[in-house]
Design a protein around this ligand. Structure first.
Ligand SMILES: Nc1ncnc2c1ncn2[C@@H]1O[C@H](COP(=O)(O)OP(=O)(O)OP(=O)(O)O)[C@@H](O)[C@H]1O
Length: 281
């Protein structure tokens, strides 16, 4: 069995209610992540990436829809079940996570604080391996004295210390320069692929997203497109809707009326409706 958890969201909707106003942050998200897969959630600011991550983390309950983790719908979990889910098998590296580290303790002590002391006979310790991959395993300096990049690497190692079956990461490389960014991503990929951990990472940075195995683009609270390496696919939603790639939207604004025809089982054509007076008889 894989060490990573499988994730499947079905029609996930999330509405924030602020001062009597509703903001629909997620508008029906269908997303499947295979056990051990590393997926980047990419999209412009406000597209719902962080909200989706916090819903998968069990930190927010969706307003509607299901969130299956290893086949169990965590959206229906009781508070006690959610606590169990978050404390066993879930690694979180959210924005501002560095402020949760023990600043006076070394990276190794921070990891041990979460994982406990190494026990004889226990197999690999992914937290220590992540520290080793980042070159921090023997660094005795307190975390408060480390560079931003090393603090982020320590936060990653702490998140891997469980060890988690699912690692959720939000903008891990913000405020890092290019070198530090690549080093952190190397550590993340090395540690999670060795442990078989499933990863869902939020980023708005295309270069970061390319380090994951699959990219999922979000737009306006929906999954708009998916890609692996050089391929891009639009995703058909549960209601049959398809988001056009952003570059096409200029010529096809919202409200455009189109004719949709199935040419063959593999080809559907979308044609602009002719302007009035140009329709063929
Ligand atoms: N706590 C909140 N209360 C009210 N509205 C919120 C809250 N958090 C997010 N939103 C709104 O929900 C929508 C989606 O926000 P979200 O942070 O999930 O998007 P994002 O793609 O992660 O953006 P960013 O990259 O800027 O973090 C936005 O319209 C945002 O203003």
């Amino acid at each position: 069995m894989s060490a990573g958890a499988g994730v499947r969201t079905v029609g996930v909707v999330h509405v924030y209610r602020v001062a009597g106003t509703d903001v629909a942050a997620l508008r029906g998200v269908d997303l499947t992540v295979a056990p051990g897969e590393r997926v980047a959630l990419l999209g412009p600011s406000g597209s719902g990436k962080s909200t989706l991550l916090s819903v998968i983390a069990g930190l927010r309950r969706p307003s509607a829809g299901a969130v299956f983790v290893d086949g169990e719908d965590i959206a229906r979990f009781s508070e006690a079940q959610l606590y169990g889910y978050r404390s066993a098998g879930l690694g979180l590296m959210m924005q501002g996570t560095v402020s949760n580290l023990l600043p006076y303790a070394s990276p190794r002590e921070n990891v041990r604080f979460v994982a406990g002391r190494p026990r004889p006979g226990r197999s690999a310790d992914p937290g220590a391996e992540a520290l080793a991959a980042a070159g921090l395993v023997d660094d005795r300096r307190p975390v408060g004295a480390l560079s931003r990049a090393d603090q982020q690497a320590t936060a990653l190692a702490v998140a891997m210390a469980g060890p988690p079956r699912l690692l959720l990461v939000d903008e891990p490389t913000s405020q890092l320069d290019d070198d530090a960014r690549e080093r952190l991503l190397d550590t993340l990929v090395t540690a999670t692929s060795a442990a078989g951990t499933t990863v869902v990472m939020v980023t708005h940075d295309e270069a970061v997203a390319h380090r994951m195995q699959r990219m999922v683009r979000m737009r306006e609270g929906r999954v708009g497109a998916e890609g692996r390496r050089h391929d891009q696919y639009a995703v058909i939603g549960a209601d049959g809707s398809v988001q056009l790639p952003e570059e096409l939207m200029v010529g096809w604004p919202a409200g455009s009326t189109v004719m949709v025809a199935a040419e063959s089982p593999d080809v559907i054509t979308i044609r602009r409706r002719p302007a009035a007076g140009q329709e063929q008889s």
